[in-house]
Design a protein around this ligand. Structure first.
Ligand code: TYM
Length: 326
């Protein structure tokens, strides 16, 4: 059975973008693939985190995965830092990656240009991500469009390692959905909806209440043309609303366009709000039942055990091929 693997950083509260780009594909594919979904908490500390908040968010992420439809009997669910092999492999892969390749990562370029105290970890982060993927021989990595370049880097690293030391890693492929691969900020539809943005008015968090969700969507930035159709270049706001609607209802953008062609913007926003509220309130209802349950700990204990066993074998194979130890 082929494997899929994905993770969502607990560096902020999960958003509608995280759900559509990150979780929903795994929910859809979990019956056909051996599925791994984890919390990359080690990735989160590339920027400063409050320890108490970080720990809370790790648990919240897991509860949200489950509430969004990740089935624990079909997925291996785990926390990155509970498996020390991720960082071990990462070091080896850092020594397999060239400065030039790592320097080309657009996410690093964007993030580092906006900050003063840029950590080395922010630079090497895609290599830790390669380690997350290659440890488990994932065939496919379901992600949003912003992570495509990182998965491609993982492929390049795996190919180089295999060429030097013999066949060791599976070459992974990014799996990116056509609809909703990049959900935009409602107030600034030329930027990605991001959990780490400072202005939260354009971001829908999975745990926002109904009133807040409706308010954020009803005040989404659009344009002055007054016609509903999909054109990301000239109508980024309307196109984003159509993408959100299409992704959550699992229909094509063309179908959504057809459905709303005679609507005014206010009515379109109302329909999009209804869909988002329906999906998120259902998730929140399940989340509230799960967040304090011992089920989460049982699932994570199992995940820790299974993944440590798999990762140990892989790292031992790598260390042996490299010539480490006695
Ligand atoms: P992260 O935590 O930034 O985002 C989690 C997932 O959600 C997707 N996503 C979006 N998709 C569409 N529109 C958006 N506005 C949007 N915002 C977020 C992301 O593409 C991602 O799929 N480096 C990763 C986490 C990670 C990982 C991994 C993922 C670490 N190791 C191994 C896969 C495999 C990250 O920062 O995603």
């Amino acid at each position: 059975m082929k494997k899929i693997l994905t993770g969502l950083q607990p560096s902020g509260e999960l958003t509608l973008g995280s759900l559509i780009g990150g979780i929903s594909q795994t929910v859809k594919l979990q019956n056909e693939y051996e599925s791994y979904i984890f919390v990359p908490d080690m990735h989160a500390i590339t920027v400063r985190q409050d320890p108490k908040l970080l720990r809370e968010r790790i648990r919240k992420n897991v509860a949200l995965y489950l509430a969004a439809g990740i089935d624990p009997s079909k997925n291996i669910i785990y926390i990155q830092s509970e498996n020390l092999y991720h960082a071990n492999l990462s070091w080896v892969l850092e020594c397999t990656t060239y400065m030039g390749e790592a320097s080309r990562m657009t996410q690093f370029k964007e993030k580092s240009s906006k900050k003063d105290n840029v950590t080395v970890g922010l630079f090497t982060y895609p290599i830790l991500m390669a380690s997350d993927i290659l440890l488990y021989d994932a065939d496919y990595v379901p992600v949003g469009g912003d992570q495509k370049q990182h998965v491609e880097l993982a492929r390049d690293i795996a190919e180089r390692f295999n060429k030097t030391y013999g066949d060791t890693f599976k070459i992974p492929e990014p799996l990116i959905r056509d609809v909703g691969f990049r959900i935009m900020d409602l107030q600034n539809p030329s930027s990605k909806m991001s959990k780490s943005s400072e202005n939260t008015k354009g971001i829908i968090f999975l745990l926002d209440d109904e009133k807040t969700i409706r308010k954020k969507i009803m005040s989404a930035v659009t344009d002055s043309e007054g016609k509903v159709y999909y054109d990301t270049k000239n109508k980024p706001g309307i196109s984003n609303l159509l993408s959100i609607y299409a992704a959550l209802n699992d229909i094509s953008v063309e179908k959504a366009e057809e459905q709303f062609k005679d609507y005014n913007y206010g009515n379109l926003k109302k329909e999009v709000s209804d869909t988002v509220v329906r999906v998120l309130l259902d998730i929140q209802d399940k989340y509230n039942k799960l967040i304090n349950s011992s089920e989460i700990d049982e699932i994570l204990d199992r995940g820790r055990e299974v993944t440590n066993e798999i990762a140990k074998k892989k790292v031992e194979e790598v260390f042996d091929k490299i010539g480490f130890g006695r």
